[in-house]
Design a protein around this ligand. Structure first.
Ligand code: UDP
Length: 481
């Protein structure tokens, strides 16, 4: 462990440049700060602009605590990327299907940070470096200066275990077709999946090779920080700690560190709706009567799919808030003519960015149609909401199984295959059916009760004596020299 010139422990946090990684990293920095550590977040110039406001708010609300930003150069053009391409958001917000070319290019370009990171580690000698899984070179950089490197994946235990068991046994190679179901070997709970729902199964592809590097660096790291809580996925937390990672600490749900309206509203990008107006609208609705639909910060559906969602929602007759990753002024060929007038008072379409946690936490919200990105899923759990699961890509199909097969708090919309950023096509009838099913009926009531119990467990996990509270304390203790 490096010698520490700071009176407080000093943790460096280095998120991958995508909202789904930056948002929980900032939450983590806040959490460490409340425990008396100094947290410094490393990022690029454009991303620092996104992070600066919520950091200023936090530092102002907590004058004795400290979060800093350190900016690294990321010369996009020199690295073969378009000018300003500092976040995954940049290349996923249009409908061009590039077959994963840009994401791979972006991932490999981040290696450019290595020298800057080494210089910083040498100069500051922090107590630890929590670097994103997508920065495999960070383990070696930290090792040079005897700084422990921790890994942050941004996902939960269940999917980490599912991925591990699939890599160990390759059950997908023993089925006759890509849609034939199999049970994931070794994984507790007899979880059923198909080949077309697996993440990057091809070890020989560029992406597969990159992921092997990621795994190697993880094995060589000092351990893993997980945004989850034991009570949510106990069998998988135990499995992961026993069989997969050298060491792991869970400290979530991280989103609950944001307590007031301002902190919740400032997560991620600037909201495309006035938060107060949005809350007023929700106030006017009956408890549990609104469905919230969002597919996170990366998925970008084609117009054909958006049209089906619009029609399904309208047919369901329910109150809704629907977030569409399009900017006002874009051609709205995805919006059925007259829909907004017909659903006036019943529904809101947010074009761009929603203050998600504020909406989820409101009592009028009764269900969440989600792509099962881990942050969204956990935010839904913390809000006590039943979900319609609609995985698109990444590890989202694994997360779906946790909700539908283990927690039993969700209804699947019926997406059958992994299609990066675009998703499997789902008809309006399926959208309507799933939305109704999650909101009304006896089974909906049971799902809601289970979801409320999980939310209570989430609250207890971060309170004194809770599993996340305890893991956080032991983490801080272990890495404060
Ligand atoms: N988010 C938000 N408003 C939006 C879209 C996303 O606040 O309009 C936040 C959401 O609350 C979550 C994160 O962005 O914290 C998305 O992360 P997730 O893991 O759910 O999905 P990803 O974007 O990585 O696919």
């Amino acid at each position: 462990m490096g010698s520490n010139p700071h009176p407080k422990p000093h943790f460096l946090l280095f998120p991958f440049m995508a909202h789904g990684h930056m948002i929980p990293t900032l939450d983590m920095a806040k959490l460490f700060a409340t425990k008396g550590a100094k947290s410094t977040i490393l990022t690029t110039p454009l991303n620092s602009k996104i992070l600066q406001k919520p950091i200023d708010t936090f530092n102002k609300l907590n004058p004795t605590l400290e979060i800093d930003i350190k900016i690294f150069d990321f010369p996009c053009v020199q690295l073969g990327l378009p000018e300003g391409c500092e976040n995954v958001d940049f290349f996923t917000s249009n409908n061009n299907d590039d077959g994963g070319y840009m994401i791979f290019k972006f991932l490999t370009a981040t290696r450019f940070f290595k020298d800057q990171l080494e210089k910083l580690l040498e100069a500051t000698r922090p107590d630890c470096l929590i670097a994103d899984m997508f920065f495999p070179w960070a383990t070696e950089a930290a090792e040079k200066f005897y700084v422990p490197r921790l890994v942050f994946h941004g996902t939960g235990y269940f999917s980490l275990c599912a991925g591990h068991c699939i890599r160990m046994h390759n059950p997908q190679n023993r089925v006759a077709s890509s849609c034939e179901p199999f049970v994931i070997p070794d994984l507790p709970g007899d979880i059923i999946l198909t080949k077309e729902q697996i993440v990057d199964g091809d070890n020989e592809s560029d992406m597969g090779k990159f992921m092997n590097e990621v795994r190697k660096s993880e094995v060589e790291s000092s351990g893993v920080i997980v945004n989850s809580f034991h009570e949510l996925e106990p069998a998988y937390a135990d499995f992961y700690k026993k069989f997969v990672a050298k060491k792991a600490w869970h400290i979530g749900p991280l989103s609950v560190v944001n307590r007031g309206l301002q902190e919740k509203a400032e997560r991620g990008k600037k909201a495309s709706i006035d938060e107060v107006e949005c809350l007023k609208w929700l106030d006017s609705k009956k408890p549990g009567s609104v469905i919230y639909i969002s597919f996170g910060s990366v998925a970008s559906f084609k117009n054909e799919q958006l049209i089906e969602i619009a029609a399904g929602l309208e047919a369901s007759g329910t109150n809704f808030i629907w977030v569409v990753r399009k900017n006002k002024g874009d051609k709205e060929e995805w919006l059925p003519e007259g829909m907004e007038e017909r659903t006036k008072g019943k529904g809101i379409i947010i074009r761009g960015w929603a203050p998600q946690v504020l909406i989820l936490d409101h009592q009028a919200t009764g269900g969440f149609v989600t792509h099962c990105g881990w942050n969204s899923l956990l935010e839904g759990v913390a809000a006590g909401l039943p979900m319609v699961t609609w995985p698109v890509g990444a590890e989202q199909f694994y997360n779906e199984k946790l909700v539908t097969q283990v927690l039993k708090t969700g209804v699947s919309v019926g997406a059958t295959k992994h299609v990066r950023f675009k998703g499997d096509f789902i008809s309006r009838e399926k959208v309507e059916k799933a939305v109704r099913e999650v909101l009304v009926g006896e089974e909906a009531g049971e799902r809601r009760r289970r979801a409320k119990t999980l939310a209570e467990m989430a609250k207890a996990a971060v309170k004194e004596g809770g599993s996340s509270f305890n893991d956080l304390n032991s983490f801080i203790e272990e890495f404060s020299s």
